[in-house]
Design a protein around this ligand. Structure first.
Ligand code: RET
Length: 285
C-alpha cells in the first residue's frame, strides 16, 4: 500500500504513521496510565469485597480479580510501548526505531472476554446444564470474535477490503454474544431480589455500550482515511475509546455484578452481606 510518498510495511497500526503534538502525546500517556490505575484499584476492590458475597457468588469476584491482573499487565505494556516508540524533536513526537501495536490488546482479550462473560453466570439464576452450555457458547464465540478482529486489524492501513471483511465476520460473533447476553439477563434475572434485578438491567446497558466502543476503535483508521486532517487526534480518539471501554467493561461491570451478588446474599440471609449492607446504609463505608 502506498500513502503519500512512502510504502507502508505490512501490519503497522495507524498510531505509528501519525505525528503528535506534546498535548496529544501526553493525553495518550495519561489515558493509558489512568487505565493501569483503574485496574489496580479494581483488583483491591474485588479481593477485599469477595467475602461479603455468599460463597456461590464469590467466583464472580475471583474472575474480576483475574481480569484486573491481566488488564493491568497489558495496559502497562501499552504505556511502555507508547513511551518508547516515539521521540520528541522539539516540535512534535514521531516514530523512532521501535513501533507501537494494538495487537497486544486483542490477544489479551482471549483471557478477559471469557472471564467477563462467565462471571455473570455465577450471579443470575441458571441450572448447571444451562451454565455449561452458555459458558461454552460464550467462550467459543468470544474467541472467534477476537481472533477474526485480530487478523483484520493487521490490514487497517494496507487493505480496506480485507480490513472490512474480517471486521464484518467478527461482528457476526459479536452480535451473537449480545444475543446470548440479552437472553441470559432478561430471562434469568426473574426471581432475583429487586435491587439485583434492577442492577442486571443496568449491566445490560453497560455491556452494550462499553463493548461497542471496541469496534468503534477498530474503525478509527477508516475514519482517518476519509479525514486525514484528523492527524494525531485519530490516535488520541482510539486510545480514549479503548480506555473508556476498558474501565466500563471490566471495572464498572465487575462492581455492578458484585453489588447484585451482595443483594442476593442479603436476601439469602448471608451474615457478612447483612453486615456490609448495614455499614453501607449507615454511610460508614
Ligand atoms: C473487534 C473487531 C471489529 C468488530 C468487532 C470487534 C469487537 C470487539 C469487542 C471486544 C471486547 C473486548 C472486551 C475486553 C475486555 O477486556 C474485535 C474490535 C465487533 C466487543 C470486553
Amino acid at each position: 500500500a502506498q500513502l503519500g510518498t512512502f510504502e507502508i510495511p505490512q501490519g503497522l497500526n495507524l498510531e505509528n504513521i501519525l505525528v503528535y503534538s506534546p498535548l496529544q502525546h501526553d493525553l495518550i500517556s495519561h489515558l493509558l496510565t489512568l487505565g493501569v490505575g483503574a485496574m489496580a484499584v479494581g483488583f483491591v476492590y474485588f479481593l477485599t469485597t469477595k467475602r461479603q458475597s455468599a460463597p456461590a457468588y464469590q467466583p464472580s469476584s475471583v474472575l474480576s480479580a483475574i481480569v484486573m491482573v491481566s488488564a493491568f499487565l497489558i495496559l502497562f505494556r501499552q504505556l511502555q510501548g507508547w513511551q518508547s516508540a516515539f521521540a520528541f524533536d522539539g516540535e512534535v513526537w514521531r516514530l523512532t526505531d521501535s513501533t507501537f501495536s494494538n495487537g497486544y490488546r486483542y490477544l489479551n482479550w482471549s483471557i478477559d472476554v471469557p472471564c467477563l462473560l462467565t462471571q455473570m453466570l455465577f450471579v443470575v439464576n441458571v441450572t448447571p446444564a444451562k451454565f455449561r452450555k452458555t459458558r461454552t457458547r460464550f467462550v467459543a464465540s468470544g474467541l472467534l470474535m477476537i481472533y477474526t478482529g485480530y487478523i483484520g486489524q493487521y490490514f487497517e492501513l494496507t487493505s480496506i477490503p480485507w480490513f472490512m471483511l474480517w471486521g464484518f465476520i467478527s461482528t457476526i460473533f459479536y452480535v451473537y454474544i449480545l444475543y446470548l447476553v440479552g437472553n441470559l439477563i432478561f430471562r434469568s434475572r426473574e426471581g432475583l431480589p429487586r435491587p439485583a434485578y434492577n442492577t442486571m438491567g443496568t449491566i445490560w446497558w453497560v455491556i452494550l455500550i462499553s463493548w461497542t466502543l471496541y469496534p468503534l476503535a477498530y474503525l478509527v483508521p477508516l475514519g482517518w482515511q476519509f479525514f486525514p486532517e484528523w492527524g494525531g487526534w485519530a490516535g488520541v480518539t482510539r486510545q480514549f475509546l479503548f480506555t473508556v471501554a476498558d474501565i466500563f467493561s471490566k471495572v464498572i461491570y465487575g462492581v455492578l455484578l458484585t453489588s447484585a451478588a451482595q443483594a442476593c446474599s442479603v436476601e439469602a440471609g448471608y451474615e457478612p452481606a447483612l453486615q456490609a449492607k448495614k455499614t453501607a446504609d449507615n454511610g460508614q463505608l
